[in-house]
Design a protein around this ligand. Structure first.
Ligand code: GLC
Length: 522
């Protein structure tokens, strides 16, 4: 069997650099493929802010000078290499572009850095001696790669047959700036900056380039794949996504089950499993309450929030009704996250007002996050949109019930409680409305205090779910295999018989586009 060669191109990847869920996916997914059949490698920028303990292990492969548009001429491209947990990683080196203290900064500079990155990824392939069958691009930072493959690089023998997949982790971020700037950086010809290609509201859109030119598009849940074809969630690209409906798949993310396992997790206070989850969670709760200075009470209903503090995550809903949520002394709210200042301040303020009920941890700490997954009774995720969402998957694993808005991956993974037949493993609401959210929080509290057996049944159902990477990896393999299987040779047309021949002349009804609403299925 010939080895299928896949290159993941992305702007972040665990354990080297992370600002969000994208890094978790790019870090975990390559490891889940069968190594006898798939050689999956990863390429990201060599950010100066990658921890020294990794950087010091990187091996220098080589360097050269590259030109793209007139604004990027004769620039240094270095390549570093590192093998980690069985996967080969490559790092594009250039301190002007990736020398900052954080991976991203001002969007204008980010666009310049990632236009450089897109061309550099393709240019280094001969040097690292790896000709991928498929380049799997993630998010807008890699959007120009499929464009180059189908245009500037298409004339070259080396690049001609390389196929591309573009995965959308978040459609809100697209990499848009004015046409002259992106043309000047990339050197792409004028004819690409038209509304059917890279042009977008009179600017140029890097993600759109990827979505137009990639052979296939995926996103990270089935529902999000359907939602982005509607104007409400489509961020101005819904028409294009509808047009590419047949090459658009929703494949749910997984989580790394070896990292998130309450039976072995060294970051939590007390390990537990399905059988002793009640006692185990209570012990974790009281220890966390003590650490955070909250009243220690194993029976107090604890709601967690672990999130980037951005608009996407529904914090304006919380802001509307936070006094109602915290009105009584029967709830504790523990927040971990950083992000927009107004939300950071909002939680700090309420932690000051309700000292005995709110703990606002405005920081990113993996350690504390694990402790909260184990300690909390429920996790609140009222997102305006959510391509997949990873925190609800982790919370299931720790016996913590998600309270979610029914959108994207949240809708696909959380089954709301149905008391009458005792099914479900979480709580949900449909409309983006603060009082709908308040109502389900109140409802969850009522079940927690008044129907503890029902609550425990939900905990067990959640813990039994399987959101490891295995199911999703199967789907990616199916997609790759389909892309790499040559189409069957057309069968020779049989000679038509006399009566059939006349039928053939009737115009046929067009085949029904069964995927038009659902998005394509794998
Ligand atoms: C983005 C999305 C999130 C998704 C993650 C990984 O962060 O907002 O929903 O889980 O990417 O795909």
């Amino acid at each position: 069997m010939t080895m299928k060669k896949i290159l993941f191109a992305a702007s972040e990847c665990v354990p080297f650099i992370k600002t969000g869920g994208l890094a978790d996916v790019v870090g975990a997914l390559p490891k889940a493929f069968d190594k006898n059949e798939y050689d999956v490698r990863v390429i990201i920028p060599n950010y100066a802010c990658i921890p020294e303990k990794y950087q010091s292990e990187f091996e220098y492969v080589g360097h050269f000078y590259m030109s793209a548009g007139y604004m990027l001429q004769w620039v240094y491209v270095g390549v570093m290499k590192y093998e980690y947990e069985g996967i080969k990683y490559y790092f594009i080196d250039n301190k002007t572009h990736f020398g900052g203290s954080q991976p991203y900064g001002n969007i204008c500079w980010d666009i310049e850095n990632f236009c450089f990155f897109c061309k550099a990824v393709l240019s280094v392939l001969p040097m690292i001696d790896f000709k991928p069958d498929i380049i799997h691009c993630h998010d807008w930072q890699t959007g120009i790669i499929p464009v180059y493959i189908k245009t500037e690089f298409a004339g070259s023998e080396f690049y001609r047959d390389i196929k591309t997949v573009m995965t959308i982790h978040n459609l809100r971020f697209q990499g848009v700036w004015d046409i002259e700037y992106i043309r000047g950086l990339t050197g792409l010809p004028d004819y690409l900056f038209t509304p059917d290609k890279l042009e977008f509201n009179k600017g140029a859109n890097m993600l759109k380039g990827g979505l137009v030119y990639a052979d296939y598009i995926t996103t990270v849940s089935k529902t999000y794949a359907r939602e982005i074809q509607w104007a409400y969630y489509g961020e101005g690209l819904d028409g294009l996504l509808r047009a590419r409906n047949h090459q658009l798949f929703g494949i749910l993310n997984g989580i790394d089950y070896s990292i998130y396992d309450p039976e072995t997790d060294k970051k939590i206070y007390k390990n537990y499993g399905l059988k002793d989850s009640r006692e185990g969670k209570a012990a974790n709760k009281t220890a966390l309450q003590e650490q955070l200075g909250l009243p220690v009470d194993k029976d107090k209903y604890m709601v967690g929030i672990i999130s980037r503090l951005t608009d996407q995550k529904g914090f304006d809903l919380i802001n509307c009704v936070i006094n109602e949520i915290l009105a009584d002394d029967d709830i504790q709210l523990v927040v971990i996250g950083t992000g927009e200042e107004r939300y950071e301040n909002m939680f700090k303020h309420y932690a000051w007002v309700y000292k005995d009920r709110v703990s606002a941890n405005i920081l990113y700490s993996d350690d504390l996050a694990h402790k909260l997954y184990a300690a909390a009774d429920s996790l609140l995720i009222p997102s305006a949109f959510e391509p997949c969402g990873l925190t609800q998957l982790i919370s299931f694993r720790y016996g913590t019930l998600p309270i979610v808005r029914e959108t994207g991956g949240l809708k696909d993974t959380v089954i709301p409680l149905n008391e009458y037949d005792n099914t479900g493993d979480g709580f949900s609401f449909t409309n983006y409305n603060a009082h709908d959210m308040l109502h389900v929080i109140e409802y969850s509290k009522e079940i927690y205090y008044n129907k503890p057996d029902m609550w425990q049944d939900m905990v067990k159902r959640g813990m039994r779910k399987d959101y490891s990477w295995s199911a999703s990896t199967e789907k990616y393999m199916k997609l790759y295999d389909m892309m790499l299987t040559p189409p069957p040779a057309p069968e020779p047309e049989p000679e038509p018989k006399a009566e059939e021949a006349s039928e053939e002349k009737q115009p046929k009804a067009p085949a029904k586009n069964v995927d038009a609403v659902e998005g394509a299925q794998l």
